[in-house]
Design a protein around this ligand. Structure first.
Ligand code: ADP
Ligand code: ASP
Ligand code: MG
Length: 420
């Protein structure tokens, strides 16, 4: 029997009516002859509420209990979805992660898949079950504890099941009708893409476009899963939405294909550090041990002996990290200073920044993208604080208050509202 994976995000299962609407979409695929694995998120807002309860109860919480609490939202929707399908006459049952079992690492709140044995679910399909409803976002550690996969993780559950069960396609139903050139909630000129290359989607996701969790795109690329994003609120068919696929399937070739943003950034500068071999290691080693995800880094050119307190060459180092890791970063740096491992005069923390990025595989073969990007930001009088580039993206850190303006200016500058 051909098999489909259908994933419904939080807004798509936000209440009983929406669960019924999603179930009707599932039933339609069953009537077309598919066995279906449905992956569900928690009802919209539920995970945030659960995280809040954990933080109120225990600010420095035990990550295992965090996962036990936070994973529970998906259990409710999985059961309700199975019940609704049964009411519609579709043979369905729910599965929590541990029942499959979805084996993961024990990195609580950021677990990764180890294996998804098919036996239990396959046995039920062969007994006539048509739909397995699986709670997204969760798994089981080798120690037998419940794990979660990081925010937005149900996308990754869906792709992992599509890979494990050889699904014909993995359909991600959400509150927008596809992947756009930028977040349609930020720019009314955003244009829906029919197709987007894995590499581009991977960059957009990792640079903040939360329509797909980054890890889900990585997995889809590795296992060549046909991944599609489409609306749970509209009538859809096999041509709806956006297909995330290999570069070779894409006809449209624009130099830049999308603009992403991330609000949750912070910038930390260490003033007057020594400029000597090993100093970067002395700074970023402790940050990495403290679990800080350092993103952009700039080191100034060296100044020499600018006063008697600083014999030898000195410089400044700036980096960015997620805003919720600032306290951890600060603690790690202050401890390294107290232990004499690093020297700096001052730590400047700026939490009012945002990252805006342009992405496109066409950048590999076209020069001038950076110049155009900087020109358009300059025209809006937006100051750039840090720049980072890779083969297919350019990111800048700017004041957060200019974020939306920057996204719109870049969308215009690269004429993303027009097709190629
Ligand atoms: P779900 O709850 O279904 O997982 P998410 O809220 O995680 O949905 O992701 C969908 C949201 O992603 C959209 O509502 C949209 O605001 C946002 N988004 C950001 N960038 C993009 C983009 N380039 N294309 C489409 N949606 C985007
Ligand atoms: N419910 C989880 C979250 O809100 C996982 C998901 O929806 O993908 O992050
Ligand atoms: Mg999501």
């Amino acid at each position: 029997m051909p098999l489909l994976v259908m994933k419904f995000g939080g807004t798509s299962v936000a209440d009983l009516d929406r669960i019924a609407n999603a179930a009707a979409k599932v039933k339609r695929e069953v009537e077309r002859g598919y066995d279906v694995i449905v992956i569900v998120s928690a009802m919209s807002g539920k995970t945030n509420e659960l995280v809040g309860w954990v933080e109120q109860t225990s600010p420095l919480y035990d990550a295992r209990e965090y996962d036990a609490v936070v994973s529970s939202g998906e259990n409710v929707t999985a059961g309700l979805m199975a019940l609704r399908l049964q009411e519609m006459g579709v043979p369905a049952r729910s599965w929590q992660g541990w029942q499959v079992p979805i084996n993961t690492t024990s990195a609580h709140s950021a677990a990764r898949f180890v294996s998804i044995p098919r036996d239990n679910i396959d046995a039920k399909f062969s007994e006539g079950m048509k739909v397995a409803v699986v709670a997204g976002f969760q798994g089981l550690s080798p120690e037998g504890r419940i794990t979660t996969l990081g925010r937005g993780g149900s996308d990754t559950t869906a792709v992992a099941f599509a890979a494990a069960f050889g699904a014909e396609r993995c359909d991600i139903y959400t509150d927008v009708d596809g992947v756009y050139t930028t977040d349609p909630r930020i720019s009314s000129k955003a244009r829906k893409l029919d197709k987007i290359a894995f590499e581009e989607m991977l960059e957009l996701a990792s640079l903040g476009a939360k329509v797909l969790q980054t890890r889900s795109v990585e997995l889809a690329m590795r296992y060549n899963v046909r991944l599609r994003v489409l609306s749970s609120f509209e009538d859809t068919d096999e041509n709806s939405g956006t297909l995330v696929c290999g570069e070779e399937e894409i006809m449209e070739s624009k130099v830049v294909s999308g603009v992403a943003y991330s609000r949750d950034e912070a910038k930390i500068t260490l003033f007057t550090i020594e400029d000597r071999p090993g100093v970067a290691q002395a700074i970023f080693g402790p940050l990495s041990e403290a679990g800080v995800n350092v993103d952009m880094i700039v080191q100034n050119i060296s100044e020499k002996d600018y006063d008697e307190r600083h014999p030898g060459a000195v410089t400044d180092m700036t980096f960015s990290c997620p805003i919720n890791q600032v306290a951890r970063a600060q603690k790690a740096l202050e401890e390294a200073k107290a232990e004499g491992k690093i020297r700096y005069d001052e730590l400047i923390i700026d939490t009012d920044v945002a990252k805006v990025s342009v992405v496109g595989i066409g950048m590999r073969s076209h020069a001038g993208v950076a110049a155009r990007m900087f020109e358009s930001l300059a025209a809006e009088n937006i100051n750039i604080k840090v720049i980072a580039t890779s083969e297919i993206k350019i990111s800048v850190l700017i004041d957060r208050k200019y974020m939306e303006l920057a996204v719109q200016a870049l969308h215009d500058a690269f004429e993303l509202e027009k097709t190629a």
